[in-house]
Each structure stands twice: as C-alpha cells, then as structure tokens.
Design a protein around this ligand. Structure first.
Ligand SMILES: Cc1ncc(C[n+]2csc(CCOP(=O)(O)OP(=O)(O)O)c2C)c(N)n1
Length: 667
C-alpha cells in the first residue's frame, strides 16, 4: 500500500476519533475511550468492507452493523455522518441533547443507519445473532440458483462487557449450534472495563470459549493494523459455516494521556486532555468537529460505492422477479411488513356451547399457529426447550437447525437469549418472529422485552402456564406479578385471552399490530365462549360478555381463565337478585386506546366494580376506582392441583359472589 494511502487512512481514522472526542466533550458526557481504540475497525467496515448504501439505510440486503458496546455511540454516529448517511454535523454537535438524532446510546428509529438499540451490554450481540438467523432463513426460503437476493453479513462490534454478560453466552452458543456463518463479531479486546483491568473480573480464555461454541476465532495483535484487521474480516467472510469472533487487541483511549486505563472509559476527557490527545495524534488542537477536506472526500466514497451495489442488487432482483414472480411478490410483501391479503380468513374459530370441548388457550394457540402457517409464511419462531408445553411448533415444518427453511427454532433453555434473538429477527425485517416459554420465565426474558418495546419492533413473546392454575409445579413456576409488571412496560401490548376464540382473536391483533406484544395463555382447559362475541370484542381490548345486561348493579371485570369464573358468579348473583355485567378484558393496552365514550359505556361511573385476575392486583384500580374491589393474588402461590390452588387463593365463584353481595350492600 502506498504511503499516501496510509496517510489518508490515518487522517480518516483520526477524523472519526476526534468527532467522537469532541461530541463527548461538548456534551460533557459519554464514552471517548472505545471510539479512540476502535476507530480503525469502524473505518474499515463503513468505508471499505461493508455492503451498505448510505442513501438508503433500509435497503433489505445491506450488511447489518450492530454496535453492541452501545456506550461507544459517538463512534457509530461519526461513522454514519462521515459515510454520508443523513446525519448532519449539527446532529453530532447535539450529542445526548433533548430531541437530537444522537441519543446517549444508539436507538433504532432515532438515527438513520442505527439498526438496533444498544447500551444494555450483551443485547446487541444477541440481536445480531437474531439478524444472522433471519438472513439465513430468508436466504433459504427466497434464493434460487443464480439469484441470491438475500446475501448479507451481520457485523458486530462488542467489548468485554458484552462478553461478560450471560446473554452473550446464550446467544453465542445458539449461533454456533445454528452455524450462522455470516455473523462476524469484532471484539474490542482492550483488557479494560469500567472498574479497571479485566483481570479483576474476567479471566477466562475467550478463544477457547468461542471455539467450544464451534466458532472460528481469529486474533489481531494490533488494533491499528488495518491490513491485519481486514485479513481477519475477510477470513471471517470466507468461513460460511461458522460464526467468527475476531479478537482485536486495541488500546482504550488510544492517543490520550490516560490511554490504556479505565479513566478514559466513560467521561469527557476535559479540555486539557482533549488538547493533549489531539497533539499526540497530530491533530489541530484548536479545532473541534473538524473534518479535513481529504478525509471528507475519502469517507464519502462509501456513497457512490453503496449506490452501485444497491443498483446491482436492484437489477438482480428485477431478474429474479421475472424468473420467480411468486416468491418475489412474497418477498416484497414481507419486507414491507404487510400481511397477505385475506390472510385473516385462515384464522380458525372454535365451537362453543354446552357440548363443546374445553380447550386450554395454549392448545388453541397451537391450532391458530398451524391454521395460519401457510397464510403467514413470515411467522417464524420456537420455544426455550418447552415446545411440548408451550405448543408453538409448526406441525409441517422442519427444525431451522437441520434445514434453514424450517420454521421451528429450538432455542434451548436460553430464555433471554431467545427473546433477544427474536428482537434481532424482528429488526432485520421480513419476518414476524416469536419466542415462547412459561410465563414465569418472562422474568428471564424481561431485559429483551424491554429493548424490543423501546425499539417498537414486531416481536411476539408467547407465554403459557399463565397463573397459579398451572398447579402442582408450585410457587417457583406460578406467575403472580408478571402480568402487571409487563403491563407497566411502555409500548408493549398485553394479551390474556379468556378462551380459545379470544386466543384466535388475540393472535389476529398481535399479527396486525406492528409493535411488540406478549400473550399469556393457560395450561388448563377452559370452556369455549361464543366466537362472534370474541372476534367483535377483542379488538376493543375489553367488552361485555353479558350483552343482555343493560343496567348492572355491579360490574365484574376479568381476564383469561377468570372470565368464566365471573360468568358463573354472575349467574349465581342473578338468583340473588343482583344484576352483574361481566366484562372480559383481554388487553389493557388495547382497551386504553379506545374512545372515552366506549370506555364510559362499558365501565360507567357510579356502578360498583370488581376485578378478578389470578395475579397481582396493583393496576386494577384505574378501572374499578378506589371504591372497587380487586380480587387477585398478592402473595406467592403454592403447590397443589390447579383448581385447589385457585380456590384457596380466592379465585373462586364463591368469593366473587360474596364480594359482590357485600359491595352492593346485599349481604
Ligand atoms: C447490562 C449493563 N450493565 C452495566 C452497564 C454499564 N456499563 C457501561 S460500559 C461498562 C463497561 C464495559 O466494559 P467494556 O465492554 O470493556 O468497554 P470499554 O471499557 O472497553 O469501553 C459498563 C459496566 C451497561 N451498559 N449494561
């Protein structure tokens, strides 16, 4: 390589370094250390190796880049700005300020080119595994001989913190098992984390660890050696059967007076140290947010290069479309995130009435998933080693592990890893992914559910065994506070259907909505209620199950398995001369979105209200008012057959009847 080219590379890398330093300095907050050490990696990826089109950050066949060490956000913002994404310099100058496109940590949706929200360490890594899995699955479904319309890599930059987090262990193990050959992780192996040297807390051999997961592991001894990093990345791309981890030995805070120490990890360096760093790296001390003309021109080569790559892909896709119109039309549809016309006709309904068989809502879910499988080919998912219990398997599809066209993912006992990869698949686009496990283990999934909700991606979190009604497994497995605590999460839609028909209606809504949803389904069989009422009522979030009641003495509001309990209580109350209206409320969020008039009509003021739900009562008062009574379970459960556990914990017809009588003053 010519000396001139080397100088230009160096200038371009230092431009990125100092945009990051100046951004942090101006905000007086942020993390300069990792950007100073990792700028060469980012330069190589964005400038030279990645297939991306800065003018169209949504191009479906772009390589994905995930900054798992999200605290290095200024590195990403700088690289996006310099490569020509629509992120002007004023935005870099507004780093971490209210309303800017450069939030403290990368946030999907805020910044063109930011793929996923990162910052909570380990999750970027996990989401990248999901993206690589999505790529592999879609390539298997859509590509034809000579037409590789899905063919891109997923690149990750991560740090020690990411690899310390348990979720990276889960996700890396899964990625190795799935043979995600197009996943390439660059590990900022700088021997420093927040508290100090990694020898304080992180001493295992990462090479052996990742080799044990069936990854290819490569090492680069000097994080400033562009040729060596490039060779390693190319070796990663050449190995198509295994994911690759590239350990890059960098120096945190490279060039700064505190280089190589944790002191440069996470705060603005201050004016003196900033000047010294600029001096050390031959940068003008008095300039900030400075982009030399040659560096600007060099970085911006990414634009025409990306345009050309994109045009080539467009031309290839046009050929593919001619040769294979059907998969091409489906591909375009799923990439747009549109459901197929008339897909909803595939949704089943279940017979109700006195002779109808009772159905557990988890089993109803299985019937629904399989009934819509052909109509919704983008639905893709699995369970954390309990598919026999969550009933989420597609009957006619192989395991994704064995055949990449397969729609069943065996996530293994890795709940957090599962949901973070689900988020990555949703963020990738072209699929509607789901993961499933027992509701109690939503706690293990929670950090991923939070990031999925923050990103507003279409991830579906399916939970079964939704109450103490699951029975003998006891309090370790009986959810109590999970429902209410997940309902507290912004932008997450809750579903707890009362029966098989509500389950079908909830699945319909979950697919039609574009954001994250969770579903809480029963282990135990539940009587099936009228289908028409469910399909009409569920889209309103709550509706009357006793339409014959026009003037109620008391309103009973319930979700899930407790709706039938309330219907029975209402029948008993009738014999005592009390008119009880029963409201089924499968979704708080969907109900909250309804008009004030509908809400007032369904839950009129002045009528005493009782809620019944086999879980924490916190949160019910906004519907029942302070004079209402919330019957629920505010203690841990207990081992016993399900019906006994419910009865002993007060989730019974008798308790509702007595409470209602007291409330209306007839006891
Ligand atoms: C789950 C989680 N825990 C803690 C933190 C706070 N935190 C941010 S960076 C960091 C240290 C990360 O060390 P490393 O990955 O080596 O980054 P470097 O110091 O090299 O920039 C910690 C603990 C976080 N962001 N996420």
């Amino acid at each position: 390589m010519s000396d001139e080219q080397k100088e230009l590379d160096q200038l371009s890398i230092n431009t990125l370094r100092f945009l990051a330093v100046d951004g942090v300095e101006k905000a007086k907050a942020g993390h300069p250390g990792a950007p100073l050490g990792c700028a060469p990696i980012a330069y190589l990826l964005f400038h030279k190796l990645m297939k991306h089109d800065p003018a169209d950050p949504k191009w479906i066949d772009r390589d994905r880049f995930v900054l798992s060490n999200g605290h290095a956000s200024m590195l990403l913002y700088g690289a996006l700005h310099l490569s020509g994404y629509n992120l002007p310099m004023e935005q870099l100058e507004q780093f971490r300020q209210w309303g800017s496109e450069t939030p403290g940590h990368p946030e999907r949706g805020d910044t063109p080119g930011v793929e996923v929200t990162t910052g909570p360490l380990g999750q970027g890594f996990g989401m990248a595994v999901g993206m690589a899995a999505a790529e592999k699955h879609m390539a298997a479904i859509y590509n034809r001989d000579g037409h590789a319309v899905v063919d891109h890599h997923t690149f990750v930059l991560c740090g020690d913190g990411d690899l310390m987090e348990g979720v990276s262990h889960e996700a890396a193990s899964l990625a190795g098992t799935l043979g995600l050959g197009k996943l390439i992780v660059l590990y900022d192996d700088n021997l420093i984390s927040l508290d100090g040297p990694t020898e304080l807390s992180f001493t295992e051999d990462e090479t052996l660890r990742f080799e044990a997961y069936h990854w290819q592991v490569l090492s680069v001894a000097d994080g400033n050696d562009l040729a060596a990093i490039e060779d390693a990345i190319k070796a990663g791309m050449a190995d198509t059967t295994r994911p690759t981890l590239i350990r890059v030995r960098t120096v945190i805070g490279y060039g700064s007076p505190k280089a190589g120490t944790n002191k440069v990890h996470g705060e603005a360096m201050g004016p003196e140290a900033t000047k010294a760093t600029k001096r050390n790296l031959g940068w003008p001390e008095d300039k900030s947010f400075y982009v030399p003309e040659e560096a600007r021109k060099n970085w911006e080569k990414a634009k025409p290069k990306g345009k050309k790559l994109h045009e080539e892909w467009d031309a290839g896709f046009a050929e593919y479309k001619k040769a294979y119109p059907e998969p091409a039309a489906q591909f375009e549809r799923v990439v747009e995130g549109r459901l197929a016309d008339g897909w909803e006709k595939a949704i089943p309904s279940f017979p109700s009435g006195p002779d109808a068989k009772a159905v557990a809502t988890r089993n109803a879910g299985n019937v629904v998933i399989n009934a819509i499988a052909n109509a919704v080919p983008e639905l893709f998912g699995g369970a954390a080693d309990i598919s026999a219990s969550t009933k989420t398997n597609f009957k006619d599809s192989p395991s994704f592990h064995v055949d990449a066209t397969g729609r069943n993912i065996y996530f293994g006992v890795r709940e957090f890893g599962m949901m973070t990869t689900v988020n990555g698949m949703a963020a990738h686009g072209g699929l509607i992914p789901f993961g499933s496990t027992f509701f109690i283990f939503s706690d293990y999934c929670r950090p991923a559910i939070r990031i999925g909700s923050l990103m507003k991606v279409h991830s579906l979190y399916v939970f079964t065994h939704d109450s103490v009604g699951l029975g003998e497994d006891g309090p370790t497995h009986q959810p109590i506070e999970q429902l209410m605590s997940l309902r507290a999460m912004p932008d997450l839609t809750d579903f707890r259907p009362a029966d098989a028909n509500e389950t079908a209606a909830c699945w319909r809504l979950a697919l039609e909505r574009t954001g994250p949803c969770f579903m809480a389904l029963s282990r135990q069989d539940l009587p099936v209620l009228d289908a028409a009422a469910a399909f009409a009522g569920v889209p309103k979030g709550a509706y009357s199950r006793t339409p014959e009641v026009t003037k109620a003495d008391v309103i009973l509001i319930a979700t899930g398995s407790e709706v039938v309990t309330c219907l029975k209580a209402s029948a008993e109350l009738k014999t005592a001369g009390i008119v009880a209206k029963v409201v089924s409320m499968p979704s708080f969020r969907v109900f909250d979105e309804q008009t004030a008039a509908y809400k007032a009509e369904l839950l009129p003021e002045g009528v005493p209200k009782i809620s019944l739900e086999a879980g924490a009562t916190l949160g019910w008062y906004k519907y029942i008012g302070t004079s209402g009574v919330a019957i629920g379970i505010d203690r841990f459960g207990a081992s016993a057959p399900g019906p006994i556990a419910l009865e002993k914990l007060g989730i019974s017809v008798a308790n509702v009847v007595e409470t209602a009588k007291k409330l209306v003053g007839k006891l």
